[in-house]
Design a protein around this ligand. Structure first.
Ligand SMILES: NC(=O)c1ccc[n+]([C@@H]2O[C@H](COP(=O)([O-])OP(=O)(O)OC[C@H]3O[C@@H](n4cnc5c(N)ncnc54)[C@H](OP(=O)(O)O)[C@@H]3O)[C@@H](O)[C@H]2O)c1
Length: 278
């Protein structure tokens, strides 16, 4: 998987490369909705899909990949270990079950979805899965700096990524900067402000978008890319899936980046990693 100007990659701290822009499939229904979205994305040029056990659509991700006609090795697949499986200490079995559902014999990136009780033990199991070659990279999601500190103290295996909420309305800069200072790449989830959000109707984004002849979503994706984050916007609409990938032919100016940075409200749209009840 080579990096190119139309589909740049990031090299993770274990040397594995990940396409910087991927398709997220949270709340994409299992069956045709997911397989169509995945196939459309891959035909549009995406080479990175972000799913999770709890999204209940891993089989359909595998189906979309097969429908695309691409080879398994040409597509980067992330899935995640769900909280119940962290708490009950069955990380390895959960990973094997995800492999079965995806219909593949390895996962490119396997993440602890949330810092649920027992995540320290789960991390040991993740390291074993990595050593076994069942996963090419391991990482975490929704880890705050204090979780990262604990992890780096108890384990010699550094997470390749921390996948966290980040968008212009909640940049989450402190966690981004902390993870990066530790050599951990950051993946931005809910990068467009999440399903049901109002970010894409923001007039500042609309004005910037108009000047570049792009949509607000394209401007926001470009903002993430220019911050050096990995970004995984979700859509179930083929036209938007294509639009969200058509972001490699323009560059936001520093002034526009600053104007987008100023939209940060400090209010997250998703759950708080220090206080979640699922
Ligand atoms: N690790 C975690 O805990 C976690 C949590 C949340 C999300 N994630 C990951 O991050 C991915 C993205 O986050 P997200 O799904 O929460 O939200 P998102 O990507 O920020 O936003 C998705 C919403 O934006 C709409 N949209 C997409 N492209 C658009 C466009 N070009 N113009 C207008 N609207 C557009 C989508 O509508 P349509 O689908 O109707 O087009 C959907 O309503 C998820 O799919 C998942 O893979 C991870």
């Amino acid at each position: 998987m080579a990096s190119d100007i139309k589909n740049p990659s990031v090299t993770l701290n274990n040397g594995v490369t990940i396409p910087q822009l991927g398709l997220g499939v949270f709340q994409t229904k299992s069956g045709k909705e997911t397989s169509d979205a995945v196939r459309e994305a891959l035909l549009a040029g995406y080479r990175h899909i972000d799913t999770a056990r709890i999204y209940n659509n891993e089989e359909s991700v595998g189906e979309g990949l097969r429908e695309s006609g691409l080879k398994r090795r040409d597509v980067f697949i992330t899935t995640k270990l769900w909280n119940d499986d962290v708490r009950s200490g069955i990380a390895k079995d959960a990973c094997y079950a995800s492999l079965d559902r995806l219909g593949t014999d390895y996962i490119d990136l396997y993440l602890i979805h949330w810092p649920a009780d027992g995540w320290e033990k789960a991390w040991e199991a993740m390291a074993e899965l990595y050593a076994e070659g069942r996963v090419r990279a391991i990482g975490v999601s929704n880890f705050q700096p204090h979780h990262l500190d604990t992890l780096l103290t108890i384990s010699d295996t550094k997470p390749a990524v921390d996948q966290i909420e980040s968008s212009p309305q909640f940049a989450n800069a402190q966690v981004v900067d902390y993870a990066k200072s530790k050599g951990i790449d950051v993946e931005a989830y809910s990068p467009l402000g999440g399903t049901g959000g109002s970010l894409l109707r923001n007039p500042v984004l609309a004005a910037i978008a108009e000047r570049y002849g792009k949509s607000p979503a394209q401007v926001v994706i470009r903002w993430h890319l220019q911050r050096g984050l990995i970004v995984i916007p979700k859509s179930t609409h083929a036209e938007r899936i294509r639009q969200n990938f058509d972001v490699f032919d323009f560059q936001l100016s520093d002034n526009d980046i600053q104007a987008i940075n100023a939209l940060d409200t400090g209010q997250r749209t998703g759950a708080d990693p220090d206080n979640f009840d699922f």
